[in-house]
Structures are given as structure tokens and as C-alpha cells.
Write a protein that binds this ligand. Structure first.
Ligand SMILES: Nc1ncnc2c1ncn2[C@@H]1O[C@H](COP(=O)(O)OP(=O)(O)O)[C@@H](O)[C@H]1O
Ligand SMILES: Cc1ncc(COP(=O)(O)O)c(N)n1
Length: 271
């Protein structure tokens, strides 16, 4: 079972490629990587970005896919339109399930995607995406809408599906309320997943970890629905038992899922 992550490096270890590989490993999946950018980053913020050339990103993707039997792919920080074009071209050549976490802004507020790259994301990558996992601010940028309530979330999801995505997971981490609720839409319906919201400042890399868990579960052969629900358990347990690292938004705990296996309930409502 092998997965590929195409994303940026987080020197602080809580998000990006590092979060992805830790998550793959915990779920028993062998991780391969294609790095889009290095970030000088810690729990307090992003201090610098050094992106790779489009040619070198292509070389990494080609090297992995020409030799290794990858069963699922995810993208994280893609940074520029040029890098997105390379990823989209590379993905067109194969039919491996693709999870796109449309990373735009780090928790500290720094931009991880150039403004000019949003159009490439929408027109080149989303049409070939199996599962897209926007948080609310990302869904607002993708759709040009303001999202305030569940009816807005549904409308935004429809717009994102119309861009060619097969499933969209609208993540509710940025909303308020007793539960952290994510809603999964596809053309035929939707289901909601609820877990108790955890009061914590340690949410660095939650989106990366969640989408990496979905990808690992797909690589293991789970159905799309099972892959997403199991990933919700993984991220809930990781948020519930944070690691005390750094002085800012600390990382989640990737070790928690295996230790507490079977101890997390996700309430699922099908529609
Ligand atoms: N405080 C929290 N308590 C429980 N779950 C959370 C919390 N914050 C985020 N999540 C969950 O973590 C996952 C990632 O969501 P989110 O934090 O919105 O993504 P991002 O890192 O892209 O901003 C989602 O499943 C969301 O519901
Ligand atoms: C390299 C990299 N990729 C992604 C994120 C987003 O993670 P978060 O939204 O939790 O800050 C990040 N901070 N750094």
C-alpha cells in the first residue's frame, strides 16, 4: 500500500509533507513525496518560502510514478500556477484517485498559494479531482461566495462539484458550535459527520493530516465514504490529545489513532 503526497515541507513538522508522511505511516501506508516548496516554519508562523522549479517538480512526480505502484495521491501546498500546471499534466497520464486539499493560507496568516494560482487550481486541477477538502475560507475563495450558514455551505459545495470534483468535503473546523461538523457532497447526495469540537489552540496541520488520512485509507482500498469517515476519526483523536510542542499553534498528535483505535465515534447522517 503506497501513497504519494505532492506538497510543501513544514520545517516545524506539524503540517505539510511531514504531517502527511506521519499520517501515512500511522495508517500502515508507505509514503512517497514530490515537494513543491520548502518553508521555514514553526508553530508561530511561516518565516520563508523557497519553491522548486516546475521542471524539478515534474522530475519528482515522474520518478515516483514511473517506478512505484502508487494507489492514491494527495496535494497540499502548491504555491503557484506553474506548479499546479505540472501537477495537472502529471495526473492526466494516470487514473489513481486524487485528493486535493486546496491549501491557501497557513494558520498564522501567511499565503501558501499565490493569488494568480487560484484560477489554475479551479480550471486545471479540480476537474480531475476525486475528493476536494476545502475549509470554509478556501471554499469562499474557490466560489467567490460568503459562507455564513449551512445553506451557503450547500450552495458552495454545488459550485465546487460543478468545477468537476467528484466529492467535496466541506470542513467545519473554522465554524463555531458544540460540534465540528464536516459535510460531504457528491452529485447524488450528501452526508454529515459530527464530532465534539475540542477547545484547543493546537490545530496546526489539521487539514493536512485529515486529507492525508483520507488518501492513506484510499490507498488501503477503502471506499470513498469509509476513507473519509475513518479519516475524521483519525483527526479527532489527533486533536483530542495534542502534543505540547512550540509556543504557538502546536501540532496534532499522529500517534493517537493507533493507541485509541476504536475509541472515537463519528455521528454520520446520510441524505
Ligand atoms: N477544534 C476542533 N475540534 C474538533 N475537530 C476539529 C477542530 N478543528 C478542526 N477540526 C476538524 O479537523 C479537520 C480539518 O479542518 P479545518 O481545521 O477546518 O482544516 P484546515 O486545517 O484546512 O483549516 C476537519 O475534519 C475539522 O472538522
Ligand atoms: C507546508 C505547509 N503546508 C500546509 C500548511 C497548512 O496547514 P495549516 O492550515 O494547519 O497551517 C502549512 N502550514 N504548511
Amino acid at each position: 500500500m503506497i501513497a504519494l503526497t505532492i506538497a510543501g515541507s513544514d520545517s516545524g513538522g506539524g503540517a505539510g509533507i511531514q504531517a502527511d508522511i506521519k499520517t501515512f505511516q500511522e495508517l500502515g501506508v508507505f509514503g512517497t513525496t514530490a515537494m513543491t516548496a520548502l518553508t521555514a516554519q514553526n508553530t508561530l508562523g511561516v518565516h520563508g518560502i523557497f519553491d522548486v522549479t516546475p521542471e524539478f517538480l515534474k522530475q519528482q512526480i515522474d520518478a515516483v510514478l514511473s517506478d512505484i505502484d502508487v494507489r492514491a495521491i494527495k496535494t497540499g501546498m502548491l504555491f503557484s500556477a506553474e506548479l499546479i500546471n505540472v501537477v495537472a499534466e502529471g495526473m492526466k497520464m494516470q487514473s489513481i484517485p486524487l485528493v486535493v486539499d486546496p491549501v491557501m493560507i497557513a494558520k498564522g496568516g501567511e499565503s501558501l498559494l499565490q493569488e494568480a494560482a487560484v484560477e489554475a487550481l479551479k480550471t486545471k486541477l479540480l476537474p480531475i479531482t476525486t475528493i476536494c477538502t476545502p475549509n470554509i475560507p478556501e471554499a469562499e475563495v474557490l466560489t467567490g461566495m460568503t459562507i455564513n450558514n449551512e445553506s451557503d455551505i450547500k450552495q458552495a459545495a454545488k459550485k465546487i462539484l460543478a468545477m468537476g470534483v467528484q466529492y467535496v468535503v466541506m470542513k467545519g473546523g473554522h465554524l463555531q458550535g458544540e460540534f465540528s461538523k464536516d459535510i460531504v457532497y457528491w452529485r447524488g447526495g450528501y452526508f454529515t459527520m459530527k464530532t465534539p469540537r475540542v477547545e484547543t489552540k493546537n490545530t496546526h496541520g489539521t487539514g493536512c493530516t485529515f486529507s492525508a488520512a483520507i488518501t492513506a485509507n484510499l490507498a488501503k482500498g477503502l471506499s470513498v465514504e469509509e476513507a473519509i469517515i475513518e479519516a475524521k476519526k483519525f483527526i479527532q483523536l489527533a486533536i483530542l490529545t495534542p502534543l505540547s510542542i512550540g509556543n504557538g499553534h502546536g501540532p496534532t498528535n499522529h500517534f493517537a489513532y493507533k493507541k485509541a483505535f476504536g475509541q472515537c465515534e463519528v455521528t454520520v447522517h446520510e441524505s
